[in-house]
Write a protein that binds this ligand. Structure first.
Ligand code: SF4
Length: 343
């Protein structure tokens, strides 16, 4: 691996300024524009395949997450809170202090080969984005995908990162021997709002192109239309514009999710809203005054509108261009708002 202009320090064991988890970790910073202001904590994880606690009711049981924190920096990101468990904050630290599990690929290979492993579906991109900018440097996903391919282990990936196309070779090789699927997350395509709300992500239209390319190469890819932002992206005309573009990208399915605001994301989002759209603050407090979720009636209305638009514009009618050898197994159910961060 070649590191341009890196600065490297071994985090001190006793320095109180160093977060507890990072003591003994290798800390890297780079002067390249892409990574300016960011810090990477390289750690060696003890294990990499996580079993999701039964109580979380997610449609998958096992996940792999090679990173913590996310440079995509979506203001509404509900994974923000998890950074506090590391002694970091849920705001700027989440965007710029990234934990990198440098041994993720070797752990994945070992754990997939262990006799006790049952060959279960593995979901990736379910906590933070596995194709965020750091992945361009660390290339952890390549090793993980190669391990999954070699074990013929089924998996899915959820991402906002166009970088997934770098690994098209491995994805198609894996799809020849097991069940592979992907989803990209695109809640809206308005360019101004994208820059304001998802400042570290690729353009939503490039994400849709990514979806089209995956489907063209036989990797079934749908769209998680998330988050739908009340009063900002939820007018009938806005919803229709977004659904039309998703349909044009040949998405195999579309799952709409209305914004939810858990602690961590809530403070960060309302802070942004009060600076940029102060007149909306009372309306948001009305919608989210009682908790993390918008009222059921609002969610149901938006979901029904999106489903009707999806049917009208033919989402799901296209099929991946090339059919892979392995017949598709039942895909995990579409994610529900309480199940996923909003990639
Ligand atoms: S919503 Fe997804 S892409 Fe955005 S910051 Fe969170 S983990 Fe990253």
């Amino acid at each position: 691996m070649r590191w341009d202009n890196l600065r490297l320090t071994a985090a001190g064991q006793d320095d109180p300024a160093v977060p507890l988890f990072a003591r003994g970790a290798v800390t890297r910073t780079f002067d390249t524009p892409e990574f300016r202001g960011m810090t990477f904590y390289e750690i060696r994880a003890k294990s990499i395949i996580n079993r999701v606690p039964g109580a979380s009711r997610v449609p998958f049981e096992y996940t792999i997450n090679p990173y913590r924190g996310c440079s995509h920096s979506c203001i509404y990101c509900f994974a923000r809170k998890t950074h506090e468990y590391l002694d970091l904050d849920a705001g700027a630290d989440f965007d710029s202090k990234i934990v990198v599990k440098v041994n993720a690929a070797e752990l994945a290979r070992g754990e997939l080969a262990a006799p006790r492993w049952g060959g279960h579906h593995v979901a990736m991109g379910t906590n933070v984005d596995c194709y965020q900018r750091a992945e361009g440097r660390y290339k952890l996903m390549r090793g993980i995908l190669a391990a999954l391919r070699d074990a013929a282990n089924p998996f899915s990936i959820l991402t906002k990162g166009t970088l997934i196309l770098r690994d098209l070779d491995l994805l198609t090789e894996a799809a020849d021997v097991t069940d592979v699927s992907a989803s990209v997350s695109v809640g809206f395509t308005d360019p101004g709002l994208w820059r304001a709300v998802e400042p570290g992500t690729p353009d939503p239209r490039r994400r849709l192109e990514t979806c089209a390319t995956l489907n063209d190469n036989g990797i079934a890819c749908g769209v998680l239309m998330a988050p739908i932002l009340p009063y900002l992206t939820d007018s009938p005309a806005q919803l229709e514009r977004t659904v039309k573009e998703i349909a044009a990208a040949g998405a195999t399915h579309l799952a709409p999710i209305v914004l939810h605001l858990r602690p961590g994301a809530r403070e960060w989002w309302l802070g942004w809203l009060s600076r940029e759209h102060p007149r909306l603050v009372p309306r948001y407090l009305e919608l989210y005054g009682r908790g993390a979720y918008a009222p059921k009636a609002y969610q149901q209305r938006i979901t029904a509108q999106v489903e009707e638009l999806a049917a009208r514009h033919g989402v799901g009618r296209a099929t991946p261009a090339m059919s892979r050898r392995v017949p598709p197994r039942p895909a995990p159910a579409a994610p529900q708002p309480e199940q996923l961060r909003l990639l």
